[in-house]
Design a binder for this molecule. Sequence first.
Ligand SMILES: Nc1ncnc2c1ncn2[C@@H]1O[C@H](COP(=O)(O)OP(=O)(O)OP(=O)(O)O)[C@@H](O)[C@H]1O
Ligand SMILES: [Mg+2]
Length: 111
Amino acid sequence: MKASRARVSGGVRLYAPGARLVSTRQVAAVVEAVGHTVAARAIGCVYGDMGLGKTVAVERALHLLPGRVPVWRAVVGVAAGLPQVLAALCEVLGLPSGSLTHRAGSAAICP
Ligand SMILES: Nc1ncnc2c1ncn2[C@@H]1O[C@H](COP(=O)(O)OP(=O)(O)OP(=O)(O)O)[C@@H](O)[C@H]1O
Ligand SMILES: [Mg+2]
């Protein structure tokens, strides 16, 4: 396999030659939101138009979490529906399928 030419800046992979992470207001907002989400043991969603920097901001936020916070990555297809998202989360977290509620609010999961 060909080696990746990605350059890592601030814990974020960037693909343009010479690129570096820019600490925008939006990146700071996502960093703060992810910190609150982890503290609340909740699920959050970063959304916006394509190419706006969602993945960069989330990668930066994950990089800034304390090392003791475990991070798993669940990959879902493009335009996945809620059932596909929940199934992917169950798989990556090793939970029985169907153990995540389809409703908003607390999910009684004790990993
Ligand atoms: N804060 C930033 N600093 C430097 N480069 C950035 C930053 N945010 C975005 N970029 C550049 O913009 C590109 C697109 O950003 P990113 O992949 O995060 O967008 P996205 O919103 O996740 O896109 P998609 O909707 O396709 O998933 C990055 O690969 C990077 O080159
Ligand atoms: Mg993205």
